[in-house]
Write a protein that binds this ligand. Sequence first.
Ligand code: GDP
Ligand code: MG
Length: 175
Amino acid sequence: MARPANRIINAKLVLLGDMGTGKTSLVLRFIKGQFFDNQEPTIGAAFFTQILSLSEATVKFDIWDTAGQERYHSLAPMYYRGAAAAVVVYDISSMDTFVRAKKWVEELQRQGNTNLVMALVANKSDLDPKREVQNEDAEQFAQENGMFFIETSAKTARNINNLFFEIAKRLARTL
Ligand code: GDP
Ligand code: MG
């Protein structure tokens, strides 16, 4: 019999990555199961909560999405403060966004939180015919930086739940 999921973990999760990579779309797909082709870039300094139950724990995510501040390639320190998990997103059809994703990882590392669970997300996998970024390169970068790598599509819903479940599992192991 599975152990009761009696341990509750509160975890702040922040999304990083360039504008247009699909951060808001990933969150809306995860929380509401919806996708919009014309996602408003500045839908608000969004804050969402979502609960995932694992056999080992219940994880309550406080998800912080940007309101377009990433346009200026930096985010306020309060955005990162207290984060337990970070999701860095790029678009597989844009090499620029992958180059920028590496910069976002550097910025994260400057925050100095060594326990942070970090995911590198290759979004828009449905745009494979227009691919500019090879998974091998991203996987290698992820490995070098203690992140896990996952390819998603907010459009088709591919791996969206797996992304958040994997983060929850890692949080349950580290927190
Ligand atoms: P953000 O600026 O990082 O929050 O990106 P958005 O979530 O606003 O998405 C930017 C654009 O990319 C929107 O037009 C979305 O519909 C589109 N988009 C997001 N995710 C995907 C995806 O997985 N596949 C495709 N084809 N388009 C996506
Ligand atoms: Mg957004």
